[in-house]
Design a protein around this ligand. Structure first.
Ligand code: 5GP
Length: 264
């Protein structure tokens, strides 16, 4: 299958597979593919807080494309094939594992609240946590015992997920460090990709300022969705700055990235 071949599918003829809070999944042009569409909707606290922020979807599509392409380049398997347009990307259809995998390098958000650790405290080592993806239950934190007992993933799959999470964390920490940004924490999702009778775990969903905590190295300014969660404003400006520093938003040719821009 030649995934690099452009095949335009009019919006009206597409079958919608799934609509989430910030994204829509449509049937793709080839079997085993989907189109992931990034909306401008911002939600927090399990959709209790909702807003539409012009341009957020476009920025997340570009930033997530950049990160997933670089992960593919270094041999971290992902669902990403290629970006189609400003808001959409072609992805491989995977069986999503119902877990949010959170990796933390610095205390912030729920770990600070839960364990009383001041935000900004570096953690003794990176910590990986699992949350069960279930809106009705507010995505509760779960242990490996819960995951295997309830059949959400096997022990081997958990090992694969942890190995992927560590590689993604190391890669992203370095990528953002080069752009003058501290990767405080992030959330990722994984899926099972079937190729004939073979199955492997790949990184799925998105990785963007919606799913990471990103702090400016010098000022500690927040450059992520906490700006929305905490009513700070300036979300699109912050996401644009992340894209600019990663070398994604170029002045003259917005479609060409040139890699991270060193922040002096
Ligand atoms: P916390 O557990 O501190 O609220 O979040 C930890 C990290 O995971 C943060 O970077 C946060 O953005 C991300 N995260 C946790 N849950 C979700 C979620 O449901 N959606 C998104 N987009 N990110 C999440």
């Amino acid at each position: 299958m030649d995934f690099l071949n452009q095949r335009y599918i009019p919006m009206s003829r597409r079958r919608r597979i799934y609509e989430g809070k910030a994204k829509v999944l449509y049937e793709g042009p080839e079997p085993g593919t989907l189109i992931q569409h990034f909306k401008d909707d911002a939600t927090a606290f399990n959709a209790k807080k909702h807003d539409v922020i012009d341009g957020k979807g476009v920025l997340n599509n570009r930033i997530s494309e950049y990160i997933f392409s670089r992960l593919n380049d270094i041999g971290v398997p992902t669902h990403f094939i290629r970006r189609l347009n400003m808001r959409e990307q072609l992805i491989r259809e995977v069986e999503i594992i119902p877990l949010e995998i959170v990796v933390r390098n610095v205390a912030a958000g729920s770990i600070s609240t839960r364990l009383g650790i001041e935000e900004g405290t570096p953690l003794p080592r990176s910590i990986i946590e699992f949350y069960y993806k279930n809106d009705a239950l507010n995505d509760p934190m779960v242990s490996e015992e819960h995951i295997t007992a309830f059949g959400w993933a096997t022990t081997q799959e958990i090992d694969d997920i942890i190995a992927l999470a560590i590689r993604v964390n190391d890669f992203l920490s370095g990528l953002f460090l080069g752009a003058g940004i501290r990767l405080v924490d992030f959330k990722m999702e994984c899926g099972r990709l079937w190729e004939n009778d073979m199955m492997r775990i790949v990184v799925a969903d998105e990785i963007s300022p919606d799913s990471c905590r990103l702090w400016d190295m010098k000022s500690n300014d927040k450059m992520d969705k906490d700006r929305f969660r905490r009513d700070m404003g300036g979300l699109v400006e912050a996401y644009s700055e992340v894209a600019r520093r990663l070398g994604i938003l170029m002045e003259n040719d917005p479609t060409q990235g040139k890699g991270p821009v060193l922040v002096k």
